[in-house]
Ligand binder design. Structure first.
Ligand code: PHB
Length: 394
């Protein structure tokens, strides 16, 4: 049995857990980060690609990643397309901000390298099985390390940054205690070897369903089209995939190339019942899940981290519990705004099987209301580029 004690035990080496350990270290607070996955698995899993301006500023200012500025690409707008016509949402003109296309696995590679160079205790292959809060001031984690040996971790604070299937969440009432909704569709996603088909991302609403033409680099592209949640990613030929994508983006000729990865992403909106109880807190996907349409997932995790970092500084440096007491309520304000935005983008752009003629006309009018109004475009742009971070807690 290996027993360790640490001020902050962070379960999950995703963006939330790693960034928290980075900010804590800059405040002189040691932490231990564990993840059940291997480093290679974390660094190669394909995830979302859009970073808000505030996320990029934070990564750069704190030294977590400088590659985002050299290898990432600034995007000054997106296109909403419907009725065969494109409408640009100009982010800097509407908000003075932009977003950056820099894939999440690159952020993770940067964070892991930065943390290891800084001497962070970061343990891959370590699976947490139980969270024991019998002594409320000293939560304890038990599990197994990469060699299969039992581990026990005692901490002043346990943070669940362990994703949508969080083990730590069980200590806060589990997922049944949260609010959630499911959607009657999913995204069929591909990665292909091809040049970009357009300069900016295209969010397209078509009678056949929604499509998103995203990007990864000059030679690799990410695209999605709406599909049934039960769809089998291997059931379609490459030709059928291109035909479905192309039918949903009339007006743009997609640049095709070999498809080397395909997946079906199911949609879920979820907010945990409690984000913090005693000395256990949840951040990132462990605390909330949003559908990918608003590109909010990773950015929301970063906003949680900014708040929890402040709360833990107050707790561990000054024995001031108030910011931690206020953490849940403060974080939930942004989380619910992002939930609303992600739900809104999703419902405005997708086609539902049970939609009536009334529903379809109303939806097209909603799209027109947004693109034909500066206030409408500004609302979308403000939410997409990200609201300012709340740094006051309590
Ligand atoms: C992606 O590139 O994976 C991506 C971009 C924008 C979204 C969702 C996913 O809204």
């Amino acid at each position: 049995m290996t027993a360790v004690r640490t001020p902050v035990a962070i379960v999950g080496a995703g963006p939330a857990g790693l960034l928290l350990s980075h900010l804590l270290a800059s405040s002189g607070i040691a932490s231990l980060v564990v993840d059940a996955r291997s480093r290679a698995e974390i660094e190669t899993t394909i995830r979302a690609g859009i970073l808000e301006q505030g996320t990029v500023d934070l990564l750069v200012e704190t030294g977590a990643s400088t590659r985002v500025l050299t290898d990432g690409r600034r995007h000054d707008g997106i296109e909403l397309r419907f009725d065969g016509e494109g409408h640009r949402i100009d982010f800097p003109a509407l908000t003075g901000r932009s977003v950056w296309l820099y894939p999440q696995h690159e952020v993770l590679a940067d964070l892991i390298a930065t943390r290891l160079a800084d001497g962070q205790d970061l343990r891959f292959g370590t699976r947490i099985e139980t969270v024991d809060t019998t002594d409320p001031a000293r939560p304890r984690l038990t599990g197994t390390d990469a060699e299969g040996r039992p581990v026990e971790i005692e901490a002043d604070m346990v943070v669940g940054a362990d994703g949508s299937r969080s083990v730590v969440r069980a200590a806060l009432g589990g997922s049944a205690a949260g609010s959630f909704r499911e959607y009657p569709f999913a995204w069929f996603g591909i990665l292909c070897e091809a040049p970009p088909s357009a300069d900016e991302l295209i969010y397209s609403h078509a009678p056949e369903g929604f499509a998103l033409i995203s990007q990864r680099s000059a030679t690799v592209q990410r695209m999605y089209f709406q599909c049934d949640p039960g769809a089998d990613p291997d059931a379609l030929s490459e030709r059928e995939i291109w035909d479905r994508l192309q039918a949903r983006v009339p007006g743009t000729v997609l640049k095709e190339g070999p498809i080397f990865q395909r997946d079906v992403l199911r949609f879920r909106s979820f907010v945990a019942g409690e984000l913090r109880r005693g000395r256990v807190a949840l951040i990132g996907d462990a605390a909330h899940t949003v559908p990918p349409t608003g590109a909010k997932g990773m950015n929301l995790a970063v906003a949680d981290v900014v708040l929890l970092h402040r709360a833990l500084e107050a707790l561990l440096h000054r024995r001031d519990e108030r910011p931690l007491d206020a953490f849940g309520e403060t974080a939930l304000r942004r989380i619910w705004k992002a939930q609303h935005f992600s739900w809104w983008m999703t419902s405005m752009l997708h086609s539902t099987p049970e939609a009536t003629a009334f529903d379809r006309e109303r939806q097209r009018a909603e799209l027109r209301s947004i693109v034909e109004s500066e206030a409408g475009r500004a609302y979308l742009a403000e939410a997409y580029t990200g609201w300012p971070f709340e740094t006051r807690v309590g």
